[in-house]
Design a protein. Structure first.
Length: 206
């Protein structure tokens, strides 16, 4: 089988598994859906499921690696003079439309997290990975070790801002923000964080 055809077949199988899993999670709930159920609905063998995903949690958060890889690239490949916050803002702007296209899935994921402690813990692990990426970049901006207090304080504030923003992007209420509004809110948070970062870089009396 030509390489291109093989890769397309693998991608279709992966998509079948994701679609079947998310449909069953929406209908039955997370705990009531087994891997065998997902495999049957996707018309694959259970062993095929494990060739693509190590667990049910990984299917729920199937786009995590895509997002984290793109964030890592944005932070790693910063232009001269571009701060971690600039790169973060650029990444969110680039990803925003795709996230909104996946809104129904994101809302289901949010519901499942509230219903299952294991999924909530899995989400916590994802946020820890994001925090780790940001900490590395912010420490570089400050010219300090990632274990130093100042980078950790700034990173914690950035994570709090991101968590708050995420809650407004995927809300099917009047509180949900459009892209321009969300980026304006993000810019306001970034100005606050940059101010704190500048103060830390140039402490009083120095």
């Amino acid at each position: 089988m030509p390489q291109g055809l093989r890769e397309r077949k693998k991608q279709r199988t992966r998509e079948q598994i994701i679609e079947a899993a998310m449909r069953l999670f929406a209908e039955r709930g997370y705990q009531a859906t087994t891997i065998a159920n997902i495999a049957t609905a996707a018309d694959v063998a259970p062993r095929t499921f494990f060739a693509y995903f190590p667990s049910k949690e990984a299917v729920v958060f199937h786009n995590v690696d895509r997002d984290l890889d793109s964030l890592a690239s944005a932070l790693r490949d910063r232009l001269p003079g571009e701060t971690a916050f600039d790169a973060l803002r650029r990444w969110i702007s680039a990803m925003f439309d795709q996230w909104q296209e996946e809104e129904d899935e994101a809302l289901l994921r949010k519901r499942l997290r509230h219903e299952d402690e294991g999924l909530a813990n899995f989400q916590g692990g994802i946020m820890a990975r994001i925090q780790d990426l940001l900490l590395e970049a912010i420490a570089d901006d400050l010219g300090e070790s990632r274990d130093a207090l100042r980078p950790r304080l700034v990173t914690a504030a950035a994570i709090a801002a991101l968590t708050s923003l995420e809650g407004t992007i995927h809300e099917k209420t009047e509180q949900r923000l459009a892209k321009g509004e969300a980026l304006a809110v993000l810019d306001e948070a970034m100005r606050f964080l940059r101010g704190g970062l500048d103060a830390l870089q140039d402490p009083p009396g120095l």
